[in-house]
Ligand binder design. Structure first.
Ligand code: DCS
Length: 280
């Protein structure tokens, strides 16, 4: 990331320039990945689904026994200060909280203050939502994928694998069962029924995923939160992925095999249209 002039970082309750923001070498986020994070989209200068993201941040933190060092109200006020200082038209805010700074030792330190950091990014161009391609790869992550943890090695290796094959996403599976993408949730459509993995410890319960499920209900699309296999996915009529940054993105080829007609499907299109209509 460029050290752009005017880039401001929120560190706990204070706004500062990037050069002023320093991270201790014994921050547990740095040494253990001991922390959690969120990415919130900004459309037309406004946070999208901020409350849902802040609730999830609090939940992720609580699951690893970090108590946020401020109330959600205070955090919201701080984030608003951040985008007042550095206005963002279309982009996102990244935020993370770590357990804090202490001499390196696995157990939680007796006393430590969590360290919170947030900064925004303005997109130079809108993220692509053109039909994408994916590859399957074994889900080697731990069994608490519901926690939005800073430990992203499995995700990073998955995305790198996809990049090396010149495709857009790695679709994880445990044995035959599809879980989610390396940074997205995965949906399939078969005979006009929308399927996605249930929100349990095998996946991150995506905020975009929740919006899509509610939109599908409103559109009268039958929804089943049910796990499906790799073969189900290959045999489906439509596949799409969802995330804060990629919204609803059609996947038209997996492991070199075309899905359905090989073009963006109708249900995918209608769900993206519905999603976009929320942003007006
Ligand atoms: N699954 C995983 C593993 C993710 O990392 C993400 C988001 C999602 C699903 C989708 O969740 P949201 O709909 O709440 O975004 N990944 C974020 C990330 O690391 N960068 O951008 C989004």
């Amino acid at each position: 990331m460029a050290r752009g002039v005017g880039m401001m970082i929120l560190v706990n309750n204070d706004l500062m320039t990037r050069d002023q923001a320093t991270i201790d070498i014994e921050d547990r986020g740095y040494q253990f990945g001991d922390g959690v994070y969120e990415v919130v989209r900004i459309y037309n200068g406004v946070f999208f689904e901020l409350d849902a993201h802040l609730d999830r941040l609090e939940r992720s933190a609580a699951e690893i026994k970090i108590v946020l060092p401020f109330t959600q109200e205070k955090l919201k006020a701080n984030l608003n200060k951040l985008i007042q200082q550095v206005p963002v038209q279309s982009g996102h805010v990244y935020m993370q909280v770590t357990r804090g700074v202490a001499p390196r030792n696995h157990p939680f330190p007796a006393k430590t203050e969590p360290v919170f950091v947030a900064y925004t990014k303005e997109y130079e161009k809108e993220p692509s939502r053109s039909p994408g391609r994916a590859v399957f790869t074994e889900d080697i992550r731990w069994l608490r994928c519901d926690i939005k943890s800073l430990n992203l090695l499995g995700n990073v290796l998955g995305k790198q694998f996809a990049n090396e094959q010149n495709v857009d996403e790695a679709i994880f599976h445990r044995g035959e069962w599809v879980t989610e993408g390396s940074s997205t949730n995965v949906f399939i459509v078969k005979n006009n029924v929308l399927y996605t993995h249930p929100a349990n410890h095998f996946i991150l319960d995506g905020i975009t995923r929740r919006v899509i499920l509610s939109d599908a209900n409103e559109l009268g699309i039958q929804v089943e939160e049910e796990a499906f296999t790799k073969q189900d996915l290959l045999d489906s009529d439509e596949v799409f992925i969802s995330s804060t940054t990629q919204e609803v993105r059609p996947i038209v080829e997996v492991n070199g095999q075309p899905i359905g007609t090989g073009k963006e499907g109708e249900i995918t299109l209608s769900l993206h249209a519905k999603f976009t209509s929320r942003l007006r």
